[in-house]
Design a protein around this ligand. Structure first.
Ligand code: LLP
Length: 419
């Protein structure tokens, strides 16, 4: 029977139902520490990318370790603050920051806004002027580097919407010095996600290195160099570099720079620390294919449908006398693209529990209510404790916030009270 830490998965399913996400605190902390320790005494800040997994309990574990945060919305900032995160260690990335988000971030005392365009720079300057403070700004540079990853998660190519083209970087800094309400902090660069070799980082670091003397010539000394996130994890047979290997090349390339080195890892901190437990509803054997229809779907875990990504799927209990068959493991959502895994060899009975691995990053955080399905519960295993860190959504909760016409509302109340 499968366990995570000291806890049997069957126990979690019995107590909290399925589908349910399960995270292991110890593993999250270990990964964060492996980044932090890899930089040793070199001035650095690890800013966990909240988008990978934004549960408050996860954020608060990291805040307790002293982590910084990388956010991309006012909602993520609200979460960081609620979890006890330090806004002074939080950086705000993203191409479309709204007026409200920029003022919220500035008033909260954010470490820096990673600015991605000239119109955004002008907007930040105007808002900071209205509030009466200087806005700390780094420019996110697009280095035109191929991260050799899935095209949807490459961000550092010239045809991606992200960052300021490296050829235009110096002009952007020159403009920033002329603006009254901007304080230049540093340079940032995030080239993609699920990167499995160091070469793209080396290319990006070399580009940053080539810009620094040119900035110095116009009197700009960078306080922060943020090289983004993106380090991959092993879903199947990938063997990505460890944080220590990344830190070695970063420290080596930036040996002559006194700036604080910042990183924004998400996936590599939480990805391997999360599992999704699901129950087999039906085994549907057809003339052409066998389907294991489970109670988790693309609304719970979108990655296989969106990126054709692989996640291991394992039975929670092994059967000795059930023959293995090849199944497509599919959910109840009305889309043929709704699957968690295709052509998996499994020995299954109806009502069995399965566990989908490596879903701690971009699992729950990308989930939705599609097909009006309540979102799953989330559990944190903390030593010997099973902590519920997000309640399963309810059917009543699904309708909250929606507004019926007045007549229909009256009829609904009448028919419910007479029922
Ligand atoms: N910093 C910025 C500015 C980012 O855009 C991202 C991710 C990160 C940091 C964190 O990257 P990581 O260390 O997690 O690779 N939903 C996709 C991944 C999208 C990543 C978007 N940006 C997936 O499930 O693969």
């Amino acid at each position: 029977m499968l366990h995570i830490g000291q806890i049997a998965l069957e126990d979690i399913a019995r107590r909290h139902g399925t589908p349910v996400y399960v995270y292991l605190r110890e593993a999250i902390e270990q990964q964060w520490k492996s980044y932090d320790q890899a930089f040793g005494t070199r001035d650095h800040l690890i800013c966990y990318a909240v988008k990978a997994n934004s549960n408050l309990a996860v954020l608060s574990c990291l805040a307790e370790l002293g982590s910084g945060f990388d956010i991309v919305s006012g909602g993520e900032l609200e979460r960081v603050l609620a979890a006890g995160g330090d806004p002074g260690k939080t950086v705000f990335s993203g191409v479309g920051k709204s007026v409200d988000e920029i003022s919220f971030a500035l008033k909260a005392g954010i470490r820096c806004l990673n600015c991605e365009s000239i119109p955004e720079l002008r907007r930040i300057d105007a808002i900071a002027g209205r509030i009466g403070l200087k806005a700390p700004v780094s420019f996110r540079i697009n280095p035109d580097v191929d991260a050799e990853t899935h095209p949807y998660i490459a961000t550092g190519l010239q045809n991606n919407k992200f960052g300021i083209a490296w050829e235009d970087a110096i002009d952007a800094y020159k403009l920033a010095i002329t603006l009254n309400n901007i304080e230049i902090e540093g340079i940032a660069c995030h080239i993609g996600s699920q990167i499995t070799t160091l070469e793209p980082y080396i290319d990006a670091l070399e580009l940053i290195n080539s810009l620094i003397p040119k900035l110095a010539q116009v009197g700009i000394i960078l306080k922060d160099i943020d090289i983004g996130g993106g380090l991959g994890i092993s879903y199947r047979s990938e063997s990505p570099p460890a944080p220590a290997e990344l830190s070695r090349i970063v420290c080596d390339k930036l040996a002559e720079r006194s700036a604080c080195i910042m990183l924004e890892p998400g996936r590599s901190i939480v990805g391997n620390a999360g599992w999704l437990i699901t129950r087999v509803e039906y085994l549907k054997e057809t003339r052409h294919k066998n389907f294991a229809v489970v109670d988790a779907a693309m609304n719970d875990l979108l990655r296989p449908s969106l990126y054709s990504s692989w996640h291991d799927i394992l039975p929670v209990t092994q059967h000795l006398n059930v023959p293995e068959l090849v199944y497509d493991v599919v959910g109840p959502v009305c889309e043929s693209g709704d699957f968690l895994g295709l052509e998996r060899k499994l020995a299954l009975r109806e009502n069995d529990l399965l566990v989908v691995a490596t879903v701690g990053a971009y699992g729950f955080s990308m989930s939705s209510n599609y097909n009006s399905r309540p979102r799953a519960a989330e559990i944190l295993i903390d030593g010997s404790q099973i902590r519920l860190i997000r309640k399963r959504e309810t059917l009543a909760g699904l309708l909250e916030g929606e507004i019926l016409t007045e007549d229909r509302a009256k009829l609904t109340v009448q028919s419910r009270s007479s029922a």
